[in-house]
Design a protein around this ligand. Structure first.
Ligand code: AMP
Ligand code: MG
Length: 646
């Protein structure tokens, strides 16, 4: 009996080893169980070649069967072993065969490619049917520990939802999504994952800057992994005529499908809620809405605390399970600027960094509307009002306290200390990530106040850099003339811009004039005064934290908490861009190296280089953030040195 069990275990182990060593086989033997397709209506038809790609409205269904379009000569750019492990896979050999599967050029046995039909509010307006126009559901894989993972390939060609576009993604966008999905996960933020990035010799034409300089780019496919890719917008397919846009959802009047979709979502992804409220659907639906409200609030709090801007927070880019989804024009803050807009087409700043919390709440309001009548609006709205702001504030403060090392006491005025810190960063043009990372040096007593001030000042912006930042967008003389005229004719205001725009522009002019009139020395003096003032408050607060010790924590423990909440390394745009540039020249090593660094964002040290200094600190060769020119002429003067291996 014993030996029989042992033999069985050995065989299982051997099988597991074979699995690990042989990705092609591993991929072929994935266990699919495509619950979503069984639980939700699929458009009739077998997805013949033509049908799978024919652009159309899809009423009465959540999925349409599709076929990935093969690419020429697919090859692996990079793979994330930790993401693939979720599926029980490791990619070590047989890259060629794996690339065929991971690009959709060959179909995985058990997969059932389908495109999901969803709608969405884009930039505040109902856009009608959107759907997976480039991504495809392949199926759900049962991982080694029994969890179920939906896998998708993004960029695998036309679907019924591709509309005028081609269903393809290129190296640029794919590398950005691949790296950031994994970066967010390793930062500890809930996100869809990326298992692989495969490029090819097939190409599509893209005009990156919309300036009439189109360029051929390589079709590239990302394997995405998540519990589900359903979004808030999945529930918007039932929307009745929208009074502003005249659009409606393709499945209007199909409450039966809304019921089905709610049963599926709650049953599969909120099983505890399903169990607890099995006999009262309104209560169950309310509990689900409460939970997604809280999860979303927590998610945004996490984003704010690492300076992550999503860039396109449309309702179709909001996950129904509360994870970060859809990495497009995202960006991590460099210089702290609360109004930072990372999406070049977001002219109004709807999705600016500091707008994210309120926008996600607005999106939850749209989800609430989409759940009527299964959840009456008065119930969902009061849940939203009760839960969202407090949950956001609670998480934000909790995380910020850890970032500042305020771990033993909670004080009323901590919020003020944090906003003063941000205000000081803003006024001095300090780098968000590096400033936070530096704090543990001070809190850990490893540096004198004077040296710490120098460290902070070193990574504030120079007058020249700030002049670029604050350069007025309008001619100041023209603006003042317009404002004068507008006094007597208020309609003219509309020509100049909104009130906020104008007051921001006025602030910009004031700051710019100040900078013009002051010298580098004066700026340094002002910055020193600003930081000294904040440091006094911080030092005071830290002492209170220390004095409150009962069985308190050691200095080293405080530093450890801080360092595990203040990343040393985030995926700055120029780091991603360097990797993309290399990959476009056929060298994938930078993508792989950056991925490695992103896997350990909380390890590493900061070292300061003088602007213009060329030599590298020891170990800096492996660091990506080395004195590099970021877009917009921004100089990152703090370099990142990865921790020694081992
Ligand atoms: P996104 O901005 O990525 O959230 O996408 C908005 C809508 O455009 C979704 O319906 C996408 O599926 C669709 N879409 C994005 N990229 C493409 C593409 N390359 N081809 C076809 N549809 C796309
Ligand atoms: Mg999207």
């Amino acid at each position: 009996m014993f030996s029989f069990a042992l033999t069985g275990a050995l065989t299982a182990m051997k099988r597991a080893l074979l699995f690990a060593a042989s990705p092609g086989r591993g991929l072929r033997s994935l266990t699919f169980d495509n619950l979503a397709l069984r639980s939700l209506p699929v458009e009739p038809g077998d997805g013949t070649e033509e049908e799978a790609r024919l652009s159309r409205q899809v009423p009465g269904a959540c999925f349409s069967r599709v076929r990935p379009t093969p690419v020429k000569n697919p090859r692996l750019v990079a793979a994330s072993s930790s993401a693939l492990e979720l599926l029980g896979l490791s990619l070590e050999e047989e890259e060629e065969e794996a690339a065929e599967y991971l690009s959709g050029s060959r179909l995985l046995p058990g997969s059932e490619p389908a495109a999901h039909c969803y709608c969405g509010h884009q930039f505040g307006n109902f856009a009608g049917q959107l759907g997976d126009g480039a991504a495809m559901y392949l199926g759900e894989v049962l991982g080694p520990t029994g969890e179920r993972w939906e896998i998708q390939i993004k960029g695998a060609g036309l679907t019924p939802f591709s509309r005028q576009a081609d269903g393809r993604k290129v190296l640029r966008s794919s590398i950005r999504e691949f790296l950031c999905s994994e970066a967010m996960h390793h930062l500890g933020i809930q996100t869809t994952r990326a298992g692989s990035c495969v490029t090819s010799d097939s190409s599509v034409v893209r005009d990156i800057f919309y300036d009439g300089n189109p360029k051929e780019e390589k079709c590239t496919i990302v394997l995405r992994i998540a519990p589900t890719f359903l979004r808030f917008g999945s529930f918007e397919i039932f929307k009745e005529l929208d009074e502003f846009t005249g659009r409606r959802g393709p499945s209007v009047n199909r409450n039966d499908i809304r019921v089905q979709m709610l049963d599926y979502v709650i049953g599969a992804f909120y099983p505890d809620i399903q169990l607890k409220h099995a006999d009262n659907k309104v209560e169950r639906n309310a509990a689900f809405f409460r939970e997604i409200t809280r999860r979303t609030a927590r998610l945004v709090a996490e984003w704010q605390c690492v300076g992550f801007c999503h860039g396109v927070l449309n309702t179709d880019n909001m996950s129904i399970v509360g994870v970060t989804i859809d990495y497009g024009p995202y960006g991590f803050l460099d210089r702290y600027d609360p109004d930072h807009i990372c999406n070049g087409s977001d002219n109004m700043g709807r999705y600016a960094y500091n707008k994210q919390p309120e926008i996600c709440k607005w999106n939850l309001g749209k989800l609430a509307e989409a759940l009527v009548p299964e959840l009456p609006l008065d119930i969902s709205q009061s849940i939203l009002e009760e839960e969202y702001d407090p949950e956001f504030q609670r998480c934000y403060l909790q995380k910020m306290r850890k970032k500042l090392g305020l771990v033993q006491l909670e004080r009323e005025d901590d919020g003020k200390l944090i906003s003063d810190l941000l205000e000081t960063m803003n006024a001095t043009g300090a780098d968000f990530t590096n400033t936070f990372r530096a704090l543990s040096r001070y809190a850990g007593d490893s540096i004198s106040s004077e040296d710490f001030l120098d460290l902070l000042l070193e990574q504030c912006a120079s007058a020249e850099e700030l002049k670029v930042v604050f350069k007025p967008k309008m001619d100041p003389r023209q603006l003042s003339m317009m404002l004068m005229l507008a006094q007597s004719n208020p309609q003219l205001f509309a020509l100049i811009g909104t009130k906020t725009d104008i007051s921001k522009e006025l602030e910009r002019i004031e700051r710019y004039t100040e900078l013009q009139e002051s010298s580098e020395e004066q700026l340094l003096k002002d910055n020193r005064a600003r930081w000294t003032e904040w440091l006094h408050k911080y030092s005071d607060r830290l002492s209170k934290d220390r004095a409150s010790v009962g069985d308190g924590i050691s200095l080293a423990e405080r530093v450890e908490i801080m360092d595990s909440h203040n990343p040393a390394f985030v995926l700055r745009n120029y780091i991603a861009q360097n990797a993309i540039d290399a990959a476009e020249n056929g060298d994938f090593s930078e993508v792989r190296r950056v991925l490695k660094l992103l896997e350990n964002p909380y390890n590493g040290n900061l070292s300061v280089l003088e602007s213009g200094e060329e030599e590298e600190a020891p170990g800096a060769a492996a660091g990506p953030a080395r004195h590099s020119q970021a877009p917009g002429g921004w100089q990152t003067r703090i370099i990142w040195i990865p921790a020694e291996k081992g």
